[in-house]
Ligand binder design. Structure first.
Ligand SMILES: [Zn+2]
Ligand SMILES: [Zn+2]
Length: 330
């Protein structure tokens, strides 16, 4: 099969991914083999190929937003031909203290799709059958793919921020995840304030009904109840914190930040404001979000790249040169 492979992390302009022919993987016990129909590109993929996340194996096929069709390893619950999604959490041990507390997103021995095991920048991929999610018929493959990490983890971020219906919510950064989160927030009757770099991202936020849109250094004109930051920048976290009312929460939807700058505790965090990180996702997050996405007819904006142009897809994310999500078609 054809696959895009990372052997040594490099900056994206140096074309870290090589598209090659490799043996088709065989499903083991408890696994399914998927024909990949589409694979979304996530900012985390960028951190993997550029080495901000240290390599876990000698080579890896990235990609953890896989929409595929079961072609082997079928079970009575997952018959041949079932369309399923695979996300960043490819498996957990099911027995550590976190799994036992129903916090499988914090599992001590997790499997990460496209990082600790091969992912979906390929024609075929294997996945644990208990970590695939049947896709609602309302979602086609290429529009379902970006929901599988950007969408699910964006949804988890809204939960971690503790958003209540009707609240004022700030989204800081407006890429693949935020442009889905805004639609969920509108379904919850929230007012959404967007600070982001990039004129086209600001235009997209306006077209999706944001109450106010500003640049990446603009503070929203009202005090926010909650905020979610998407940019990999600690300055943005502090800007979001400075926009909160007392008791408000900033949820950081980023697996990597450049740094957290020093800030004034008395003015910014006092008053029971909170900063929380968002780590991974649970299967319940995935199921709840996919159900909601089908109900509200969530339609991500996508830009398609053929597998041969996987490096270009990563460059597009890095340079913020597309709106919404990049999707690779094998
Ligand atoms: Zn565990
Ligand atoms: Zn991701």
């Amino acid at each position: 099969m054809k696959a895009a492979i990372l052997t040594s992390p490099q900056r994206v302009p140096d074309r870290p991914l090589l598209v090659e022919d490799v043996p088709r993987p065989e499903p083991g016990a408890g696994q399914v083999l998927l024909r990949v129909r589409a694979c979304g590109v996530c900012r985390t993929d960028l951190h993997i190929v550029e080495g901000e996340l240290a390599p876990l194996r000698a080579s890896v096929i990235p990609g953890h937003q896989i929409a595929g069709e079961i072609v082997a390893g079928a079970t009575p619950e997952l018959p041949l031909g079932t369309r399923v999604g695979v996300s960043w959490i490819g498996g957990t041990d099911g027995k550590c203290a976190y799994c036992r507390r129903n916090l499988e997103n914090l599992c001590d021995s997790p499997t990460f799709t496209g990082y600790s095991v091969n992912g979906g920048y390929a024609e075929f991929a294997v996945a644990r059958s208990d970590f695939v999610f049947p896709l609602p018929a309302a979602l086609d493959d290429r529009h379902a793919a970006p929901l599988l990490c950007a969408g699910i983890i964006g949804f988890r971020s809204l939960r971690v921020a503790g958003i209540e219906p009707g609240e004022r919510v700030g989204l800081f950064g407006f890429g693949a995840s935020a442009h889905l989160a805004i639609e969920v927030l509108h379904a919850w009757n929230c007012e959404v304030y967007v600070s982001t770099r990039g004129a086209s991202h600001r235009k997209l936020a306006e077209s999706l009904g944001a109450k106010w849109v500003g640049s990446e250094s603009d503070r929203p004109p009202v005090e926010l109840d909650r905020a979610v930051t998407f940019a990999p920048s600690g300055d943005v976290v502090v800007l979001a914190l400075s926009s909160l009312r007392k008791g408000g929460v900033v949820a950081i939807n980023a697996i990597h930040l450049d740094r957290i700058p020093e800030f004034d505790y008395d003015r910014l965090l006092w008053g029971e404001r909170q900063i929380r990180s968002v780590a991974n996702m649970t299967r319940a997050d995935a199921r709840d979000f996919l159900k909601l996405a089908a109900e509200i007819h969530l339609q991500p904006r996508i830009t398609i790249f053929p597998l041969d142009q996987a490096n270009e897809a990563l460059a597009a994310i890095k340079n913020d040169s597309i709106d919404g999500a990049a999707v690779i078609l094998p």
